[in-house]
Design a protein around this ligand. Sequence first.
Ligand code: GLP
Length: 243
Amino acid sequence: MKIYEAKDYQEMSRKAANILSAQVILKPDCVLGLATGSTPIGTYDQLVEWYKKGDLDFSEVKTVNLDEYRGLTRDNDQSYYYFMHDHLFDRVNIKPENTNVPDGTEEDSDKECARYEKLIESMGGVDIQLLGLGHNGHIGFNEPAASFAQTTHCVDLTESTIEANKRFFASADDVPRQAYTMGIGTIMKAKKILLIVNGEAKADIVAKAFFGPVTPEVPASVLQLHNDVVIVGDSAALSKIPR
Ligand code: GLP
C-alpha cells in the first residue's frame, strides 16, 4: 500500500487525476471503476480539463461504477447515473454505451446484481478502481460487517450513511434506504485500487482502516490485503496516521 500526501483537496484531486490519466494513456481501452460522493468531484473536473486541452482521449475507455441507490431513476439528480453524466460522462468523449452504473430501477435485485457482476467479468475486470471512503469505513456501499467475499448485492444503508448523505437530499426521509453495490469481493478483484480521501472528519477512519486490524467492521481495512493500492489523501485526512 502506497500513501501519497497532498497539501489540500485540489492537490489530492490533481494527483488522483494524474494516476487515472496514466492508466488511460497506457491502455486506451482500459476499464475504469468509478466512484461518486463529494470526494471525486475535483478529480473528474481535472480529467475534464485535460480532456479539453487535448491531453486525454476517452473514446475507447469503458467504465463501471461502484454503486447506485435502489429506486432512483436515471433522471433523478441524486442518482449516481445522473452524477456521473453531470460530472464526467457528458463532458468528455466517452461513448455512453461504454459506461455502466447499476440500474437502480430494476426491482429484481438478484437479477440486477447477477447482471452487473457478469458484466464486469465480461469486460475483463477493472484495471483501476477509484474509491472514496465513508465516515464509517465503507467503500462503495459496503457497510460495516459486510462479508469480504460478497459480490454485487443489495444493501440496507446504515443510519450513519443516511445521515452523511442527507446533505444531498431535501431531507433524511428522501434518502433511499437501499442501494446496489459492488461487493468487497468485486472491489478486491480490481487490478489496481486508488482511494482518495480528504478532510479532518475522515482522519480517524483513515488511521483505523489502514493502520488498524483488518476486520469487516471497517470495510476499507480489507484493502491492506490487496497487492496494488494507492491512497491519496490531503494532510488533514492523513493527520492521524502513525509516522
Ligand atoms: C457514499 C458513496 C461512497 C463514497 C462515500 C463517501 O455513500 N456510496 O462511494 O465514497 O459515500 O462520500 P464523500 O466522498 O461525499 O465523503
